[in-house]
Design a binder for this molecule. Structure first.
Ligand code: IMP
Ligand code: MG
Length: 178
């Protein structure tokens, strides 16, 4: 396991290893299992960054569930927010107990826009499960119920998260070195 990674001449240091990620996932899965014991959660996975997290989380929850995917693209090759584009792949969400699975909350714009969009389909409930969040819950205009870990406002890669489409395959999460 390497302690640092170089991508596009930028150095990233190890931030969360596989075991730490697994602990975060299992803890969150347990909460979801308890909260949804009488429900069938309808997981909506935000592509592409959340794929590995969602895959681990959903299997750890161990509840009968439904799965859907959404593409909500907000980043190009720059390390800051860009325009948001939502591609929505199913519209039969009435009365569903939705859990949106996201990799990281940065400004919260992606989820805010997505929640507004999904509410138009009259789901029974909408909650958020995000591996990481750069923003305290009180500064968001929606409720982020399941947050794996709060992090400083630093750029991270790995475990699905990319820098200019690179680094998604890494088993650990790495943080941009100061
Ligand atoms: P928001 O709309 O500003 O909350 O942006 C959220 C999206 O930006 C996430 O789904 C990620 O795709 C991307 N993003 C934000 N911060 C990072 C980061 O540190 N590394 C990689 N992608 C990030
Ligand atoms: Mg994303």
């Amino acid at each position: 396991m390497s302690n640092c990674i170089i991508i596009n001449n930028k150095k990233f240091d190890l931030y969360l290893d596989e075991i730490q990620i697994q602990e975060i996932v299992n803890k969150m899965a347990l909460r979801i299992r308890e909260d949804y014991s009488n429900k069938v959660p309808y997981f909506i996975i935000i592509l592409k960054g959340a794929v590995f997290f969602a895959s681990d989380l959903i299997r750890a929850v161990e509840l009968d569930c439904r799965i859907d995917i959404i593409r909500a693209k907000s980043y190009g090759s720059e390390m800051n927010s860009g325009d948001l584009q939502i591609q929505y792949l199913n519209d039969n969400l009435t009365d569903k107990d939705i859990i949106i699975i996201e990799d990281i909350i940065d400004t919260g714009k992606t989820l805010s826009a997505l929640i507004t969009h999904l509410k138009q389909h009259n789901p029974a409930s909408i909650e958020i499960a995000s591996l990481l969040s750069k923003i305290p819950p009180s500064n968001l205009d929606f409720r982020a119920k399941y947050i794996g870990k709060d992090i400083d406002n630093m750029f991270v890669i790995g475990y699905g998260l990319d820098f200019d489409e690179q680094g998604r395959h890494l088993k650990n999460v790495y943080i941009l070195s100061e």
